[in-house]
Design a protein around this ligand. Structure first.
Ligand SMILES: Nc1ncnc2c1ncn2[C@@H]1O[C@H](COP(=O)(O)OP(=O)(O)OP(=O)(O)O)[C@@H](O)[C@H]1O
Length: 582
């Protein structure tokens, strides 16, 4: 429990920690206000039943004298009004506090998920090679909710109700210490025993719930993003079954969790009220005077009425903490990921002489013993156009990712004009590059927004968009055939465009900023021969003023390059030696 509290503390920012402390105080005050509201009716009721109490009770007597009441009716009226005032004030306080609490919890959901997304987005590219994107999405959306509504909220209730139990126990203690200790002991033992019985099961449910939630997200996201393959292979039923299995398990665990954290109430209620009857009988047997027993019983009855549900909420807090600690653990771990500095400024590391890879060794994290490159060298003169050829799987895309600074070599350096590219200047280097990947990602936005990718809509330079589109051989299509020209929406991942059109939008994107370096990875593979030739011609016209690196399987695509580097001549495992482009 203490470890979990420390984790919650870590997750919050210092300002949120202060706010959480205030909230906790408010929650406790709210619980006490609630008790006070109910408690304030007691003197009114007892005076109403027997006005003589006014003169017997020292407090009521003092109040009666202090405010110079002349008759009992007036005092009872005042007592009634005072009770109404307390109940109304306590309700107002509770309403305001409730809003503050709701706001805190919901804003925490926003704050934690926003910080988590920012942390994920700042991770190096390699991080995403080992983590499943739907699981990351699940953490951001579903696990943060689990943490807040199934752990932090019940936990704050645990503290609030703890205050009530304490206040009530104190009240009874003042009246009758032995009974107070007895009640706390019985309640503590009862809940302690139940918790001891179910705690292992709760922890297991917590872990399984989290795993099933992940599988649920993964099945839904894979089926929907791969809908074409799902349709054509008729694998919808398999995905449906996969989703349902995980979803059913997830829901079953949520139900068991709710039951296990709620059900002891009935058992404890039965025990509590049985105890009340036993206490009444014992008191009656001891004193034989029912009038003497009744006030004591009234107090115990009231205490039971407030304490039993409060103890139940406390137990629920412990149970939820147990189930949700898996969610807490994963969010705590991911928020502690190294915080890479976000790229800022607009410096440009543009090559004047050469781009050089030297002594590069790189192995993917999932295959650390099988380096794709080991001792690899490559020099690319500035403003030259270099082709990279090689058989499938030889490492062409890996080489491009290394050149892009997306993958960091285990050994060796990437340098631009002798300046080593590192975490400090990689953003400046990437700003100098226009990159067309093998698989182009289009956002569900307009053609113009996709070309000026990442630029806010009102800051898009439409002239630059058109210039880039002309160079990418897509302007005529956009201007003449799309209903709204550059404002036409391309649909989810560009589904309303053909493969070749998507590819040309991707090329226009790389050209939008008119970068000094252009990297093209199979950029023309989806184009017909005529369009490809026109595009190659356009790219050729850029050569001499830009450094261009082209990866292509087809020799025709590399024809315009001044030099072709073949990296497929050696086996992947032993790609040593020098491959130098002069
Ligand atoms: N994320 C990854 N984790 C582990 N191995 C990978 C990963 N990506 C690629 N590889 C492996 O690295 C090697 C080089 O892959 P790469 O994609 O660079 O080849 P390529 O030459 O671009 O192939 P193609 O022409 O088919 O696109 C391959 O053996 C591939 O299986």
């Amino acid at each position: 429990m203490l470890r979990d509290l420390a984790k919650i503390r870590d997750i919050l920012t210092p300002a949120e920690r202060r706010k959480a402390a205030w909230m906790l105080l408010l929650v406790v005050l709210m619980a006490l206000a609630e008790t006070l509201g109910v408690l304030s009716i007691m003197p009114f009721l007892s005076v109403l039943g027997r006005p003589a109490v006014i003169h017997e009770n020292p407090f009521l007597q003092a109040a009666y004298a202090h405010w110079h009441f002349r008759d009992e009716r007036g005092f009872i009226l005042a007592l009634g009004l005072a009770s109404i005032a307390i109940v109304v004030a306590s309700s107002l306080f509770k309403t305001v506090t409730l809003h503050a609490l709701n706001r805190f919890v919901h804003m925490e959901r926003h704050s934690i998920s926003a910080r988590l997304l920012s942390r994920y987005l700042r991770q190096p590219y390699e991080f995403f090679l080992t983590r499943n994107s739907s699981i990351l999405g699940k953490n951001l959306l579903s696990e943060v909710d689990q943490l807040l509504f199934e752990l932090i909220q019940p936990l704050s209730q645990l503290f609030a109700q703890g205050a009530i139990v304490l206040a009530m126990a104190l009240l009874i203690f003042l009246y009758d210490p032995a009974t107070a200790i007895g009640i706390v002991l019985v309640l503590g033992l009862l809940y302690g025993a139940i918790y001891g019985l179910v705690r292992k099961r709760l922890a297991r449910i917590g872990l399984e719930r989290q795993a099933a939630n992940g599988r649920r997200y993964q099945a839904a996201s894979e089926a929907l993003s791969g809908i074409k393959d799902v349709k054509i292979t008729h694998s919808a039923a398999a995905y449906q079954a996969q989703f349902e299995k995980a979803s059913r398990l997830f829901s079953r665990h949520m139900a068991t969790n709710d039951t296990l954290s709620q059900s002891p109430l009935y058992l404890v209620e039965a025990t509590g009220y049985s105890m009340l009857i036993v206490v009444a009988l014992v008191l009656l047997l001891r004193s034989n005077d029912i009038a003497h027993v009744l006030p004591a019983l009234g107090l115990y009855g009231f205490a039971a009425y407030r304490m039993l549900p409060a103890a139940q909420v406390m137990y629920r807090g412990f149970a939820k903490l147990r189930v949700s600690s898996a969610a807490l653990e994963s969010i705590h771990r991911d928020l502690a990921l190294p915080d890479e500095p976000a790229a800022s400024g607009d410096a440009l590391l543009a090559p004047q002489r050469e781009i050089r890879l030297q002594g590069i060794r790189y192995a993917y994290p999932s295959a650390p013993d099988k380096p794709v490159f080991d001792g690899f060298d490559l020099a690319i003169p500035a403003n030259a156009s270099i082709g990279i050829a090689g058989r499938s799987g030889a490492g062409k895309s890996t080489l491009m990712d290394l050149l892009l600074g997306l993958l960091r070599p285990e050994a060796g350096t990437l340098s631009v004009d002798g300046v080593a590219v590192d975490a400090g200047n990689v953003a400046a280097w990437q700003r100098a590059i226009g990159y067309v990947p093998q698989h182009i990602f289009l956002a569900d936005a307009s053609v113009a927004e996709n070309i000026a990718f990442g630029v806010p809509r009102d800051r898009i330079d439409m002239q630059a968009v058109e210039r880039a589109a002309r160079a990418a051989q897509i302007h005529d299509f956009v201007a003449n055939e799309l209903p709204n020209g550059y404002a036409t929406d391309v649909g989810d991942r560009g589904i309303r465009l053909s493969g070749g059109q998507r590819q040309r939008v991707g090329i226009a994107r790389a050209l939008y900023r008119d970068p000094p370096v252009l990297f093209l990875d199979e950029a023309t593979s989806a184009l017909d021969a005529q369009t490809e030739e026109a595009l190659n011609e356009a790219i050729r016209s850029l050569s001499g003023s830009k450094t261009i690196v082209v990866i292509a399987h087809k020799e025709a695509s590399l024809r315009g390059c001044q030099e072709v580097v073949n990296i497929g001549v050696q086996s992947i495992d032993s790609l040593h030696g020098t491959t130098e482009a002069q």
